[in-house]
Ligand binder design. Sequence first.
Ligand code: 3H9
Length: 678
Amino acid sequence: MTSPIRTERHDNVLVIISDNPPVNALGQAVRAGLVEGIEEALSDDAVEAVVVRCDGRTFFAGADITEFGKPPVGPSLPDALDRLEASDKPVVAAIHGTALGGGCEVALACHYRLAVPSAKLGLPEVKLGLIPGAAGTQRLPRLVGAEAALPLVAIGNPISAKKAKDIGLLDDVVNEDDLAGQAIAFAKSKVGQPVPRSSEGTANEDGIKNPDIFDEFRAKNGRKMRGFDAPNAAIKAVKAAGELSYADGVKKERELFTALMTGSQSQAMRHYFFAERAANKIDDVPADTPILPVNKVGIVGAGTMGGGIAMNFLSAGIPVTILEMKQDALDRGTGVMRKNYENTAKRGRMTMEQVEQAMGILTPTLDYGDLADCDLVIEAVYENMDVKKEVFAKLDEVVKDGAILASNTSYLDIDEIATATQRPGHVIGLHFFSPANVMKLLEVVRGEKTRDDVLATSMKLAKKIGKIAAVSGVCPGFIGNRMLSPRQQQANQLIMEGANYWDVDDVLLEFGFPMGPFQMGDLAGIDIGWHRDPQKVTTVREALCTAGRFGQKAGKGFYDYDESRNRTPSDEVKQIIADFATKEGTEQREISKDEIRERLLYPMVNEGAKILEEGMAQRASDIDVVWINGYGWPLYTGGPMFWASQIGLDTVIAGLEKHGLPVSDYLRGKAEAGNGFN
Ligand code: 3H9
């Protein structure tokens, strides 16, 4: 096998080049090639400096994740990088694309770092449930200080080349063109000078002078880090860089790294990494399916959903025409969009100029005719089949041939909606989640007649607007809401049988969800869909509405809220529930948290199994992607199907049977096969 690493001589500079598509991951052959390259440089007196760079779209994007969990084959990355750093001939990293994880650690081991302006650098290992394991947690704080290192290591978001230069991670940002030439010239200019090594740096003083930075960082980012093991380990490792010698710090990093690597969270998060990428692939749609141009988007409905959906396209620079029935609704809708953008600008996440740019490509209209030249029109009117069919019939009449017509429905039958048009092949479901400008998930609903190019275009577009897409077949509620339904049924049933509703919420919180179903009800508003007839009380929700308990906005719903929106269980609600149970003749008993958890989560797994059996999801991992990104299922468990496989499908089945709940044949079959869902 030919090595992915080659070397080139430019006068007295040896350039070590990696060509390992797609992302120059640091697999065994790359590591071995790096070591050989540095040995070649050291053993040749005519070589006085070294440049390390990559071909293709990016500098090393990290260790090769597919090697994790397999027996290690040397040289290890830490060893390879120690050899690189030990060189007394200057070594320059020339960075383009993304220098991530192990790739950033390569750069840290080099003596100098140059990058083009479009490059990004970062240590995203925490997003895989890990910390950097090739001395990144020790070299980085010694180079840039603990305070600047903390967010990079413990939150894991990459930074721009400019920011990297500002904090001292880069020596220089060079022109986008001819990175290699500029790096060679830079390397030549350093010949004969003593080499600076980040492992020998003493820039960690901020952590020593102000030990509070670690607690302050924890306090500030506590919510983001809740439940995750890796961020805490990352903080410990950066702290160790200030407290221990370099050699002991590296030992500490290795200890923390190894514990994470063998733990369940990292396994789950690595599963998710590949799941997200797999979800983008559609098994029976060829990879070379033509992509239709989408240069202009129409949105029908300027309510909360329509406005939020529109913002995704505007932010990506795609002009949007938004349609409403009445001027005041149109003004209100576009006003909310502007306000949302302005709030983002106030928080410093965009400039006012960008706000104006986005709003400048928005065209509000009351006339369907203005949608005629759109390449894609998304309907976001309220959930009623007749209304949706009427909208689609109208769109079919006015919008140009070949344009995609999409519905944002969250549970209605896309195939039936498509019958209202003469172009069912161009009809698709694009189910955004609320708030649509924030939530990452896009369920792409493939109708019976949806064409391959329409589907492929929708997947590509999802990526362009920063969404994570998963394909669902047509069934009530698609993947996400279909699985939510048995959980909600059990939640309602549990409180009738005597479970405390706050225990139901707390069980899900403890599992790692951001909130439970009753908190969610209070947040969304209990009165959504309420008939407003105080004489007609047939459900707990109707009883709460009749008592004026509309949710957080009324200061009371399932819970009582204080001014800071802290919740306390309500005696009134307890009584309402108890009265209902008596009326229904349901006996109330004490219910353990274990029973609550099993009855909430196992039926979801069973429903997921049915979704797979019916072919409504292509693969179990797509279901994980939907639940993690659309409903707050904790990432560190890998999603419902991965989690079920981890705890054992036999355990799930036994739990369902114990509670008298149905078990699908598919789930039984998978349990018998013994490989979980994967
Ligand atoms: C680490 O470095 C640990 C060290 O500290 C310690 C070691 C001792 N390995 O995302 P894309 C594949 S941990 C293997 O669609 P993009 C990916 O699966 C690592 N494969 O492209 C996909 O395959 P396919 C720290 C990888 O342009 C293809 O490449 N680094 C790896 O949207 C294209 O990927 C990270 O966490 C990998 N490291 O985004 C960075 N990376 O085509 C992870 C990608 O078969 N990577 N693949 O589906 C990324 O964030 C993005 O891939 C990147 C490109 C931004 C680079």
